[in-house]
Design a protein around this ligand. Structure first.
Ligand code: XMP
Length: 517
């Protein structure tokens, strides 16, 4: 693999993704890793990430100096570049000039292939206070800007390269080319990592792990569990049984998409638990958001456990025992929880379909090395329906936390209609790729006066919450075209009984969360 050394901030994950976009497998490691630990992983290249610190601050993150002597090609970015400069005998100084944002850069070239084929004037993304003022001895200076005399350096002989700017950020116009020059040319790593290989590798691993035992998987209707189950099914066929709990808080057509489209394309064995009444009874009279979440989580686990126990009991009838549970854990969750192996590090918030504590299953996690976009690519490769693979993130508690007020049958029906209209119009306008998700929220406890036909109405508002985001940790409200908003508003107020107003949420996150509850 290529190892991305994490110096803090969110840069490392972005770099790891860009490396994979170059068809090279990457893993994130903490900056406290030792040279021996790195050597043991036998990496083909190392990328040092940026970070929020100054190399001058006492206690600022450092790097085991042995790492630069391993003979493995290294590419330092921003803070990582400065750490390299310092360790190799160059000078990092507080120039008093800060560079932040889009910056004009003059590229002198040289350094072997690193900046070859790059235009001599280009715009790059900068974010730093300190600057490298003198390159280490024996290093060539490859680029400079007004505030940064040494903005890139290289020693081709030693295989050490670095840049002050952030090639992983899209605002750096030739950033991806630069990264690929390092990976493919400077470090000589072939571009051979792709979804086909990932599937083959996982299938092998799962077969080894599972043997002849049976496996269960909770399907939520979302992308992650759908893809995880499909890979496991490819590996062990009908040893896998999927459990799908219909809690009545799903969007329009979702149950059918899972029961028909998904099953048709994968051939998985599916057990649907019809738990709508159970959930409605449990939610009756409840308006507090956290209480709703707890109830939904509790009832979900209860339904899932019942279904799982029924399958476990079957084993007494001669079937193989159920020993494994599939989880759609993704790489960002693994990294954020310290990257430990073999343990279930799942944020309860993000995993309502999650792990029942007292059911002793071993986990199968075929997606734990992957980012979301890679999971989608694999789902497509496995032939899953686009309605599932391209699906927006949808919270485990479903529409239950998009009705502000008590959750009832009628309100769910109303919200399902409004949500389906918004989704259909966004798709028709070709906007699915430019938004992260668009929750549609019913303010069931708010009413406002309207006029429709000749009559006065006293109905509820629907809120549109379109957001753009990389990872849902932060988000901005999406500037949707007015004509698309107009169309959605028209259709919802005309077609959904009880709604006489559509409003737009123009709050970023923070301070607002993406969901309303
Ligand atoms: P918030 O509202 O916290 O949401 O900004 C961030 C992202 O997480 C989704 N979300 C959930 N997903 N179970 C989930 O699986 C949950 O309980 C849950 N709550 C929020 C939300 O849709 C957004 O993508």
């Amino acid at each position: 693999p290529v190892l991305v050394v994490d110096f803090g901030a969110q840069y490392a994950q972005l770099i790891a993704r860009r490396v994979r976009e170059a068809n090279v497998y990457s893993e994130i490691v903490p900056h406290t890793i030792t040279a021996e630990e790195i050597a043991a992983k036998n990496p083909a290249g190392i990328v040092l990430s940026g970070g929020p610190s100054s190399v001058y601050e006492p206690g600022s993150p450092d790097l085991d100096p042995g790492i630069l002597k391993l003979g493995v090609p290294v590419f330092g970015i921003c803070y990582g570049f400065q750490v390299m400069a310092r360790q190799l005998g160059g000078t990092v100084a507080k120039t008093g000039l800060r560079e932040y944002g889009a910056t004009d850069m003059t590229v002198q070239g040289g350094g072997g292939s690193l900046l070859a084929d790059q235009p001599s004037e280009q715009t790059v993304w900068m974010s730093h206070g300190d600057a490298v003022t003198e390159a280490p001895e024996g290093f060539e200076v490859l680029a400079s800007s007004d505030a940064t005399p040494v903005a890139a350096f290289a020693s081709k002989e030693r295989g050490l390269y670095g840049v002050q700017w952030h090639p992983e950020v899209k605002h750096s116009t030739h950033g991806q080319d630069l990264l690929e020059n390092f990976l493919h040319d400077a470090a000589g790593i072939p571009a051979d990592w792709n979804s086909g290989n990932v599937i083959a590798e996982q299938v092998e691993r799962i077969r080894e792990q599972v043997g002849s035992a049976r496996v269960i998987c909770g399907l939520s209707g979302g992308v992650d569990s759908a893809v995880a189950a499909a890979i496991v099914h490819k590996a062990v066929g009908d040893q896998l049984v999927c459990i799908f709990v219909d809690h009545g808080l799903l969007r329009q057509d979702e149950r059918r998409q899972v029961e028909e489209d998904y099953v048709a394309s994968t051939g998985v064995r599916l057990v649907t638990v019809d738990a709508v009444d159970q959930f409605m009874d449990a939610l009756a009279g409840v308006t507090d958001p956290e209480t709703k979440r707890k109830i939904i989580g509790r009832e979900f686990i209860r339904s899932f456990e019942n279904a799982a126990e029924a399958l476990v009991l079957e084993a007494q009838g001669g079937e193989e025992p159920v020993k494994f549970l599939v989880q759609g854990t993704l790489y960002p969750d693994v990294v954020e929880s310290g990257g430990g192996t073999g343990t279930a590090n799942i944020k309860s918030h993000h995993n309502v379909g999650g792990l029942p504590e007292d059911l002793q299953f071993e986990l199968v996690e075929p997606l734990r090395t992957l980012f979301k976009d890679e999971v989608r690519a694999i789902g497509r490769e496995l032939g899953l329906p686009e309605v599932i693979v391209g699906r927006q993130p949808f919270p485990g508690p479903g529409l239950g936390i998009r009705i502000i007020g008590e959750v009832t049958h009628d309100r769910l029906e109303l919200l399902r209609k409004a949500d389906a209209i918004a989704r259909a119009e966004l798709t028709a306008a070709g906007l699915d790729d430019s938004i992260w998700q668009c929750p549609v929220v019913l303010l069931a406890d708010v009413r406002s006066v309207g006029v429709q036909g000749d009559g006065r109405t006293y109905g509820h508002p629907i809120v549109l919450r379109p957001v753009s985001s990389e990872d849902a940790m932060t988000a901005d409200w999406t500037r949707l075209p007015y004509d698309v908003l107009a169309k959605i508003s028209n259709r919802i107020t005309n077609e959904v009984d009880g709604v006489n107003r559509v409003v737009l949420d123009v709050t970023s996150k923070p301070p607002g969360t993406i969901e309303w509850e």
